[in-house]
Design a protein around this ligand. Structure first.
Ligand SMILES: *[C@@H]1O[C@H](CO)[C@@H](O)[C@H](O)[C@H]1NC(C)=O
Ligand SMILES: *[C@@H]1O[C@H](CO)[C@@H](O)[C@H](O)[C@H]1NC(C)=O
Length: 450
């Protein structure tokens, strides 16, 4: 809904331009969408979810505007893509995979940010907003239909590496498990376990692998499946999570093994301090992550864990937020320094990346578990390899700030009541779609300021 409103606002300040076709990355369909349903040349209208189809770069032969991931794709296709190299597969580099590399700026987010800045009437705010396009964030492969776009970005990163002489690392999020988001509703995915989900997931991973194989000269770093393994630590009392346990482990193991085979550096998602950092949860979490690492044959490409993805916690809080009361791990640094040694003892010498994209402002929430479009949040510390702990490879922006965490429309099938709590910004559009007023707040509350 808000996407629609913000695009209307955008159009209203540019009355002389009429979009007979949507621009690259523009919306081109979805329930209640009243705008154009075709895309400019060089892009294809691609189903993202029932509420949102988007013009993604490519030609009409590679994808169509219809849903591309039905159960008809449930048989695993062995891709016979011609590869131009052996892939950066065999020898993992020692040490921090970010060091010596520029993090590739994904054009998808940059285009969202540029459109958002253009829609702002306050020119000083708009200038700050536009600068966000130069800050790297991760590209979320949250549907199989986005995988061809990864190929485009890898091609762009390879070209940039050649022209600039600066090595490029392309950051992605692997996020398409069957029965995804098993303890909440806002980010329900496209695959279900009951309907061929595991085979669909294997196909999704195979397609990612096939793209990466074609671009062996750039490095890829991936956050693996936000929330999934953390849900297995604490939410097996939820029937959907209990039912998904075996499939999640099987699918994540497949992802780790296959992506390691093409040299992707991986960080499994490990929730955050206010989730797995509690005394009752942290040792079970360490055991689970260590067992996943071993299931991937202790590959050095499974570099470690990602924390605070899409969350709001400080890396190092000046003082504990009152909502953290009772937990000695009241920020991400305490959590990581507690979890790291437990992982090492369990045989997993894990390093960390920490999302600080929306952690600029603190003490905003009513409860630590609140996660949906938190009011008053600001962009946080910029991505860097200068970190306060030798366990932390990099501060990163995994969540692209400005994309909604979930809708506040209680009639939506993906409505989660967390998104209508008093500390959640409302009205909010569907998860993953652009949330203009929320982005404006992130910009104006950025700390350090933009
Ligand atoms: C990115 O790659 C695509 C496909 O190779 C190409 O069409 C496009 O022009 C590239 N964009 C940039 C900014 O290099
Ligand atoms: C909320 O979602 C329902 C179901 O998709 C839709 O019919 C309704 O128009 C939406 N309401 C608003 C205010 O967006």
């Amino acid at each position: 809904m808000f996407k629609f409103a913000s695009l209307l606002a955008f159009l209203s300040v540019l009355p002389s331009i009429s979009y007979a076709q949507s621009q690259v990355y523009g919306q081109c369909g979805g329930i209640q969408w009243g705008g154009p349903t075709t895309c400019v040349s060089g892009s294809v209208c691609t189903y993202v979810n029932d509420y949102y189809s988007q013009c993604l770069p490519g030609s009409a032969t590679s994808s169509t505007s219809t849903r591309s991931t039905t159960s008809s794709t449930s048989t695993r296709t062995t891709t016979s893509t011609t590869t131009t190299g052996t892939g950066p597969t065999s020898t993992p580099a020692a040490g921090n995979p970010f060091v010596g590399y520029d993090v590739f700026l994904n054009p998808y987010y940059a285009a969202e940010v540029k459109a958002a800045a253009a829609a702002m009437t306050d020119s000083s705010l708009a200038a700050k907003a536009a600068s966000v396009a130069n800050i790297p964030s991760f590209f979320w492969l949250d549907t199989v239909s986005k995988v061809p776009t990864l190929g485009t970005f890898l091609s762009n990163a390879t070209a940039l590496q050649t022209s600039s002489g600066k090595k490029q690392i392309v950051p992605i999020v692997v996020y398409d498990l069957p029965d995804r988001d098993c303890a909440a509703k806002a980010s329900n995915g496209e695959f279900s376990i009951a309907n061929g989900g595991q085979a669909n997931y294997y196909n999704y991973i195979d397609q990612i692998v096939a793209q990466i194989k074609q671009y062996p000269n750039v490095r890829v770093v991936a956050v693996i499946e936000p929330d999934s393994l953390a849900n297995l630590v604490t939410n097996l009392n939820v029937a959907k999570c209990a039912n998904a346990q075996t499939t999640y482990k099987t699918c994540v193991t497949y992802a780790l093994q296959q992506l390691a085979s093409v040299g992707v550096y991986m960080y499994m998602d490990a929730g955050h301090a206010g989730w797995l950092g509690w005394p009752a949860n942290i040792q079970p979490a360490a055991s689970l992550f260590a067992s996943m690492y071993k299931s991937a044959n202790s590959s050095p490409f499974v570099r470690g864990l990602a924390t605070n993805v899409a969350n709001y916690n400080a890396l190092s809080a000046a003082s504990p937020d009152p909502i953290t009361q009772g937990n000695s791990n009241y920020d991400e640094l305490h959590y990581i320094q507690a979890l790291g040694p437990m992982l090492a003892s369990a045989g997993f010498p894990a390093q960390f990346v920490v999302d600080q994209g929306r952690s600029g402002q603190q003490n905003l929430r009513n409860q630590w578990g609140d996660w949906c479009n938190i009011k008053g949040a600001g962009f946080g510390t910029r991505p860097t390899t200068s970190t306060p702990s030798s366990l932390i490879d990099a501060i990163v922006w995994v969540k692209p700030g400005g994309e909604s965490d979930g809708t506040s429309n209680s009639s939506s099938p993906r409505f989660d009541s967390t998104c209508s709590l008093s500390d959640a910004t409302q009205p909010a559009p569907e998860a993953g779609t652009w949330f203009q007023t929320y982005f404006e707040t992130l910009v104006s509350k950025a700390n350090p300021s933009l």
